[in-house]
Design a protein around this ligand. Structure first.
Ligand SMILES: C[C@@](CO)(OP(=O)(O)O)[C@H](O)COP(=O)(O)OP(=O)(O)OC[C@H]1O[C@@H](n2ccc(N)nc2=O)[C@H](O)[C@@H]1O
Ligand SMILES: Nc1ncnc2c1ncn2[C@@H]1O[C@H](COP(=O)(O)OP(=O)(O)O)[C@@H](O)[C@H]1O
Length: 289
């Protein structure tokens, strides 16, 4: 129908920027520039930040939501950096007004900033109807490449070498953050000792219990250094391990968020209520939706 005497309807596109959870994280070496070589299995549970975008005369961002305070002092939001980078790679101005609902704790080992940057790229690619730019991992963050597809993936290199994940069963997950921000570079710096080896994984798992059993033989090599810097991580892990339905509890990324694996999303949602404490952020639901 022809619309007369009105402004054209503005395009508002929205994306969920899902949290990234490292089911295990082996540090297998270090490059000459100091970046660490990793072996990890990342999944994307059904919780995340919400990012919307509308064409505008300049690039801007407005941040709301439960964790917006954590970004109040952030002069260079990763969403803006991603938009500028994408624009530069296309020789165009990325003039968009972004609205970010910050639901994920900041600096918490679940890649919220990387997920936001990746969601911004998906929104711009949809609007410009063009392929994703070839992002090198370093300029925006080692976690951005895996967050672009936001699907389970095996991570190698410094995080940017992505290969197919084992076939995953349906399973539930609880995420708990003790309200302590942890700086990724500090945790990598605090890591010591021998490097781990690349994990041998099967082609897939039929059920959550078998998967948790196999993952239990692996580790997050950043957990010990992170716990030394933020002892509250140990308290969260104890709370998850004390939960009778929890199949495996571990820290994600460089922390401080920890996850528990559960048989299904309903069991996980109930467990999230059981382990909740004042001052902690917790969520329970589908582990890899
Ligand atoms: C540890 C992981 C695991 O997925 O997750 P998070 O804790 O961030 O969620 C990631 O490797 C984090 O990726 P990201 O948060 O994007 O880190 P970046 O901004 O690229 O790097 C921050 C700093 O961490 C160190 N770093 C990061 C990645 C890597 N493979 N080796 C490193 O040594 C470097 O000191 C780097 O300057
Ligand atoms: N949109 C964003 N969300 C979160 N952090 C951001 C964002 N933009 C910039 N940052 C900066 O990136 C740092 C890492 O954030 P984040 O991705 O949440 O960490 P992690 O990967 O450990 O969960 C924060 O300390 C913050 O200052």
């Amino acid at each position: 129908m022809k619309r007369q005497g009105r402004e054209p309807m503005s395009t508002i596109l929205t994306e969920l920027a899902r949290a990234k959870v490292n089911l295990f994280l082996h540090v297998v070496g270090r490059r000459a520039d100091g970046f660490h070589l990793l072996d990890s299995l990342a999944v994307f549970p059904g919780v995340g930040d919400r990012l919307s975008m509308t064409p505008a005369s300049a690039l801007s961002i407005a941040v709301t939501g439960p964790f917006s305070d954590g970004l109040a002092a952030e002069p260079n939001n990763l969403v803006l950096r991603a938009a500028r980078g994408f624009g530069a790679s296309m020789g165009r101005s990325a003039n968009f007004a972004f609205r970010l609902t910050k639901n994920l704790p900041v600096a918490s080992g679940i890649g919220g900033g990387s997920a936001d940057a990746a969601a911004a790229c998906r929104l711009i690619a949809r609007h410009w109807n063009c392929p994703m730019p070839d992002f090198l991992a370093e300029p925006l963050g080692a976690d951005v490449p895996v967050c672009i597809a936001s699907e389970p993936a095996r991570m190698g290199g410094i995080g940017e070498v992505l290969t197919v994940a084992p076939k995953l069963p349906a399973f539930g997950m609880v995420l708990v953050n003790p309200g302590v921000a942890v700086a990724t570079p500090e945790i990598f710096k605090a890591r010591s000792g021998a490097f781990s080896t690349v994990a041998a994984l099967p082609g897939g798992w039929d059920d959550a219990a078998t998967m948790a059993h196999d993952l239990g033989r692996l580790s997050n090599d950043l957990e010990t250094p992170a716990m030394a810097i933020a002892p509250a991580i140990g308290t969260v892990l104890d709370a998850l391990r004390a939960d009778p339905a929890c199949l495996l509890a571990r820290m994600s990324g460089s922390g401080a968020t920890c996850f528990g694996l559960y048989s299904d999303r309903t069991v996980a949602a109930r467990a999230a209520e059981r382990v909740a404490r004042p001052g902690w952020w917790s969520w329970g639901g589908d582990a890899a939706s």
